[in-house]
Design a protein around this ligand. Sequence first.
Ligand code: NDP
Length: 327
Amino acid sequence: MPLAIQIQQFGGPEVLQCVEVAVGAPGPGEVRIRHHACGVNFIDIYQRIGLYANPLPMVLGMEGAGVVEAVGEGVAHLRVGDRVAYASQPPGAYAEVRVMPAKCVVRLPQSISFEQGAAMMLKGLTVQYLLRKTQPQGGLQPGDFVLFHAAAGGVGLIACQWAKAMGLQLIGTAGSDEKCELARQHGAAHVINYRRENFVERVKEITGGRGVKVVYDSVGKDTWDGSLDSLQPFGLMVSFGNASGPVPPFSVSTLAAKGSLYVTRPTIFTHIATREATQAMADDLFSMVTSGQVRIPVGHRYPLRDAAQAHRDLESRATTGCSVLLP
Ligand code: NDP
């Protein structure tokens, strides 16, 4: 039987177990995929610890690439043998083989490897909706400043490149000088080591005292207050993750006091709720990659069985770029 990484309880990396699972035929609207690579994401950690709770037992993982092995009734856009990739809800990607809803799955261009495909779907589609669709009033124009936290991570390094391609001046924060340098090499116009420097003061210096139009904040608890203080009047706070812990409750009147700010808390899963939306976003992502404007930074590879080590590395801030598991 195929192998999968399953949890039976919430907890540390030690709850990840490599088990054999029975995988049946796809039902109506589903496909069966044999993975060549699976992406590792910070959301997998939220699910492992129960911050985002799912029924147990569960197979983790929301991103993968491989080949279609079987197609269920009513699926018209995929055939057996297609090279494919996906970002999925529900989880289940840490597996040699899985059955999943076909509407999440798109064909992978020949020039994009399985490893890149597995690393880029959840993270790259996130950058797509953040930079293209999650914009302040009046939109983003070339030359505008945006602040992007954790700029040397998986989502972060893709965002640095994409923002540069849009002509934006991305100010990237990261947790070490080496990570800052990496973000700069990937297109960040300015970098701040937020473990050593006060990022609010540095943002003010870089923007001539004005502040940025948008903050893209996936760090959460530790950066929330400083992020609001980095915005210009009418600026947009995009809170899209909680790597340091959830954002504490706040008073909406804070937004008035800090300059009529806007706040949104988006998730990719609203954006990829339909097959048409997923395909349109994926087409944009694939064109950024195949044109060479965005390189998918696969920084770490692990055998599927070593998923626990991949989690330890990701949550201890030891990784840069994307991590993949290889079945
Ligand atoms: P990353 O590779 O970016 O890893 C997370 C990074 O967060 C770390 O490398 C670290 O970078 C930084 N960080 C800051 N504080 C902490 C802390 N206390 N503990 C651990 N890490 C910390 O992960 P991903 O690319 O997978 O995801 C990036 C973020 O985007 C995550 O928060 C994720 O949940 C979010 N996300 C949200 C989506 C959405 O639609 N809402 C979709 C996809 C991802 P450094 O050392 O440089 O500070």
